[in-house]
Design a protein around this ligand. Structure first.
Ligand code: ADP
Length: 588
């Protein structure tokens, strides 16, 4: 094991072992006998062969031959039974452990700070953690069996051979060395191939996706881009084959050398055995069993190094992804209730983890309870980020967020008094009712009211799962958005945040929804993020963001008269609508 492998093992072992420690202990206990039974079978077989030789020479007893034959049969049955049990139970323990670890992973993800989801490394760890856990379970299983099965077996075989003739101990080394070196070489070349091929493979996979996934397929087909992608795909696959061929050639030459070495080692052992037998140093029975045991030892050595440890080394990256996730920092947050829906931000600054510059700069803002505030600004001005800061999903790098008189920080959130309709809302693979009530499962009956507020003519079969994966139906973007709005307003709350809530809804229904929002907003504080200024116009107040800072704050008419950023945006939109001749300036 190299140093990294060893360190990873030390970290992963307790995490994997603990959830199924009783089962692991039982498995290890039986596995020791499993290893010993193999070795005892060899010794019994040697005694049996020797007894037959003596009996055939006319001096031995028939009873002894028969009783040794029974012993061999008994040992054979026992070792097969133990083998079957260990194989079966090892799978059971691994699956049981893996199940428990998957639950552990999900719990861990719930305790991580939401801002971690903006970090590429964290996303990578999270996406590969499941597979990493599976590999880590296999690693623990492998190392356990090395100590409980392989080591006892080889120690006993070593002692047995030493007892027969001390020179025979060399044969264990002659088995061990070529297998060790061969597998090291294979791992080394495997690593090189993986490093060189990974970028080309990622490229090929991306081209393949452009050709085959449902989302990409339609556009690629209609725009006649398939030929272009097939050419790119072909080029990367040939590059991939070329790299692999060049490295595999070298590997094959080295392996040929090592196989010759193994063959010679085998020959040396055979000569040694024949010599010792002819000189009368060991019996014919010993010769027979040692010769057949060498084969088993070669096989077991290959099994440890190539199949077990080789796979562990290959999957090290994913095991590390799993460990990073499990060891990542947790936040323990307490949900608090707030007295009203007032919001205050004091000199808030925020930067995304992977970004170099601040996304929000010195935001100072006060929103009164039950006030309706529209946040407007160009794309990328920081509107969605501001909504996440207000909701308490992200914590500011500096400054304070105070909601309903309570300070929101790493340790406190006020989610129980908040609701939201997100720009990138979730499309849960549930029926329509469950899609809505999950925002407030204690109010099952209220879901129809929420649905009717949004659209009383949606006409979706209530039994149907909203996903084709479960033989259900899929909805249009607008229908999905209405469900997301219904989910947001179904939840009773003091503060409602709407982030571009009508982006996928057609204009006629959109203006109806504006009135619905206004009605709902009478009872609560409402922060509406929008670039539809028609919606902003009906808010109590408008906040204009530019480059992450508040540049204007006031009522619609006041901001128009100020002739600043809002006025400019309003004029542009009005002009656009007029050019489209679909309404008057007031309908913007
Ligand atoms: P808006 O909602 O006004 O369109 P956002 O709040 O989504 O703006 O984004 C504001 C700025 O932050 C943009 O410049 C955007 O590129 C950047 N940004 C958004 N999300 C991330 C992220 N996960 N990592 C780094 N930068 C981000």
């Amino acid at each position: 094991m190299n140093k990294n492998l060893f360190q990873t093992f030390l970290k992963a072992y307790p995490v994997i072992y603990k959830p199924v420690w009783k089962e692991n202990l039982l498995l290890s206990f039986v596995d020791v006998f499993h290893g010993l039974s193999f070795a005892v079978l060899i010794i019994a077989t040697q005694r049996f062969f020797d007894a037959i030789t003596v009996y055939l020479g006319g001096t031995g007893s028939q009873n002894q031959v028969i009783s040794l034959a029974w012993t061999v049969i008994f040992c054979q049955i026992l070792s097969q039974l133990l083998n079957g049990f260990v194989n079966f139970y090892a799978d059971v323990v691994r699956e049981k452990g893996y199940g428990r670890i998957c639950v552990m992973i999900q719990r861990k993800i719930q305790k991580t700070a939401p801002v971690n989801f903006e970090k590429n490394d964290f996303l990578d760890d999270m996406n590969k953690a499941d597979q990493g856990a599976q590999e880590a379970c296999a690693m623990v299983d492998t190392v356990n069996s090395i100590f409980t099965f392989y080591v006892p077996y080889f120690v006993l075989m070593g002692m047995y051979m030493y007892h027969l003739n001390y020179i025979l101990i060399i044969s264990v080394l002659l088995v061990f060395l070529p297998v060790l070196v061969t597998n090291y070489v294979q791992m080394h070349f495997g690593d090189i191939i993986e490093q060189k091929i990974a970028p080309v493979r990622r490229e090929a996979e991306a081209y393949e996706k452009s050709l085959t996934t449902l989302d990409n397929f339609k556009e690629t087909k209609v725009l006649y881009a398939a030929k272009y992608f097939i050419h790119l795909f072909q080029t990367s696959v040939s590059q991939w084959n070329q790299v692999s061929w060049n490295i595999r050639k070298k590997e094959a030459v080295i392996n040929l050398g090592l196989n010759t070495f193994s063959f010679l080692a085998y020959g040396v052992i055979l000569i040694m055995l024949v010599y010792l037998t002819v000189c009368g140093e060991i019996s014919v029975g010993s010769f027979a069993v040692v010769f057949s045991a060498i084969d088993v030892m070669f096989y077991l050595m290959q099994e440890i190094f190539r199949d077990s440890l080789g796979n562990v080394a290959k999957n090290m990256g994913r095991i590390n992804n799993f460990l990073n996730l499990i060891q990542s920092e947790e936040i323990s947050q307490k949900s608090i209730r707030v007295k009203d829906g007032s919001i205050e931000l004091k000199n808030v600054n925020f930067k995304y983890p992977e970004s170099k510059q601040n996304c929000l700069n010195h935001i100072t803002l006060k929103i009164n309870s039950k006030e309706t505030v529209a946040v407007v600004g160009q794309n990328g001005s920081g509107k969605t980020t501001l909504s996440k800061i207000i909701l308490g999903i992200y914590k500011p790098d500096s400054g304070e967020v105070i909601v309903g008189g309570e300070k929101i920080d790493e340790r406190h959130n006020c989610f129980p008094d908040m609701s939201a309709v997100f720009q990138k809302f979730n499309r849960y693979k549930l029926n329509i009712e469950d899609n809505i009530i999950i925002s407030d499962v204690n109010d099952e009956s209220g879901y129809l009211d929420a649905m009717n507020e949004v659209d009383n003519d949606l006409n979706i079969d209530p039994e149907m799962i909203l996903s084709r994966d479960f033989d259900g139906i899929d909805l249009s973007g607008g229908q999905w958005q209405k469900i997301a709005i219904a989910r947001g307003i179904h939840r009773s709350c003091k503060i409602l945040v709407l982030d571009e809530p009508t982006s996928a809804i057609d204009p006629a229904q959109e203006s109806e929804l504006y009135h619905t929002f206004m009605r709902i907003a009478e009872e609560k504080t409402c922060v509406m993020i929008t670039h539809r200024l028609g919606l902003a116009k009906i808010a109590d107040r408008i906040i204009v963001l530019k480059d992450g800072a508040i540049v204007e704050d006031g009522k619609h008419q006041e901001l128009l008269e100020r002739k600043g950023e809002y006025c400019r945006m309003w004029s542009l939109q009005a002009e656009w609508y007029q050019n489209q001749t679909i309404g008057s300036k007031d309908s913007v």
